[in-house]
Design a protein around this ligand. Structure first.
Ligand code: SAH
Length: 355
């Protein structure tokens, strides 16, 4: 509980913490942060993601980006990039599936944006033949057409929460009660970034802001608008944030987000409207937000699932069938997860998406 004590000292010295600062410490504290200290993925970890459920996810995304690359004239050199690549599973599946796309691998330079040392090591092992280069931020990506994937990256960025007052907002903060971390509300503020939300909210409604996501998305969108490329942003969330979606997971079980700082995964739903507006302001076109299940069906996941099923029997067949269902069924990940595509004007949207 070293991080708990550090956060407590910080509150004693400086007063209550914003949720964004708390999340940032919990997830990425250089010594005690959740991502700094572990590989959290898979059955033995805290949560499982789509590429860890089935190889089909990464394969279809790889083929989708390869088609977008072909649709833009197959640029001779481009960055194939991923934000928060986890264990490198998605990218490894994408690269295997695109082996036979003429010229794609020769033109691709692999760039990974990753903050976690243990996950970087996993990526190094999974992707060694493709000589990836790692970056701390998108700012250092090369000036090349950018074909990028981000799966469950934006949900891992810190958010701030604001509770609607009569005609303003009070920020949800973290303070101390006895020795425990507790939520409270800060003083009333007026926020230009939330001015438009006064129209669709009422007193006591809660809205979330992910300030960290905006410059990242803006950087990507500027690059795509100026040098070409496409991005697929896949995450759970809705068009517009409303309500408390902060979630802590430990060993696949929901837990108290303030209970054990740095020991649980903390995430929040993504507000796709903000990401789409940021893309537009940067001169990039964006697709409509498409449910993951619809996107994968359009890319042919059922045909791929049937082909893979031919070689499977018994428990492996059962788990393959349930993986297909988990990724696509509206009651599983199919509807909760959405896909936002970014692409330049005068090019078609990446396959599976509509403008
Ligand atoms: N995309 C992977 C992993 C999702 S978990 C998958 O689908 O399996 C979130 C990923 O984002 C992890 O790799 C985590 O280390 C990384 N990450 C979280 N915050 C980050 C940040 N601020 N900068 C770079 N990487 C970050």
């Amino acid at each position: 509980m070293i991080l708990h004590d550090l956060i407590k000292d910080r509150i004693i010295q400086n007063g209550p913490l914003s949720l964004a600062d708390y999340m940032s410490d919990c997830l990425l504290h250089p010594e005690h942060g959740y991502y700094t200290t572990r590989d959290p993925l898979g059955a033995d970890g805290d949560f499982t993601t789509a590429p860890e459920i089935s190889q089909m996810f990464g394969e279809l995304i790889g083929l989708c980006l390869a088609q977008a690359w072909i649709d833009q004239g197959s640029p001779a050199s481009f960055s194939l990039a991923e934000l928060g690549p986890g264990r490198g599973t998605l990218m490894a599946d994408a690269l295997r599936a695109t082996r036979s796309v003429p010229g794609f691998h020769q033109a691709a330079q692999l760039h990974l944006i990753e903050a976690s040392p243990p996950l970087k090591e996993a990526q190094r092992q999974a992707l060694a033949p493709f000589a990836p280069q790692w970056h701390d931020t998108v700012e250092t990506l090369p000036e090349l057409p950018l074909f990028l994937i981000a799966n469950e990256f934006f949900d891992a960025l810190p958010i701030a929460q604001f509770v609607r007052d009569e005609d303003g907002w009070r920020e949800r903060q973290i303070g101390l009660q006895d020795d425990a971390l507790v939520f409270g509300l800060g003083p009333r503020t007026q926020l230009t970034t939330l001015q438009h939300r006064l129209e669709d909210t009422q007193q006591d409604d809660l809205v979330e802001l992910c300030a960290a996501g905006v410059p990242i998305l803006s950087n990507i969108a500027h690059r795509i608008a100026e040098t070409g490329g496409a991005a697929l942003i896949i995450d759970y969330g809705d068009w517009r944030s409303l309500g408390d979606t902060l979630q802590a997971l430990c060993g696949h079980t929901p837990t108290d987000p303030l209970g054990a700082p740095g020991q649980a995964d903390l995430t929040a739903h993504v507000d796709f409207e903000v990401l789409a507006a940021t893309a537009k302001a940067a001169g990039c076109v964006h697709s409509r937000v498409t449910p993951q299940g619809v996107f994968l069906e359009r890319l042919g996941i059922t045909t791929r699932a049937q082909a893979l099923a031919q070689a499977l029997i018994g428990k492996r067949l059962d788990s393959h069938i349930s993986a297909h269902r988990r990724l696509t069924h509206p009651e599983e990940m199919g509807n909760l997860f959405k896909v936002l595509g970014l692409f330049p004007t005068h090019t078609p949207p990446p396959p599976g998406l509509e403008s």
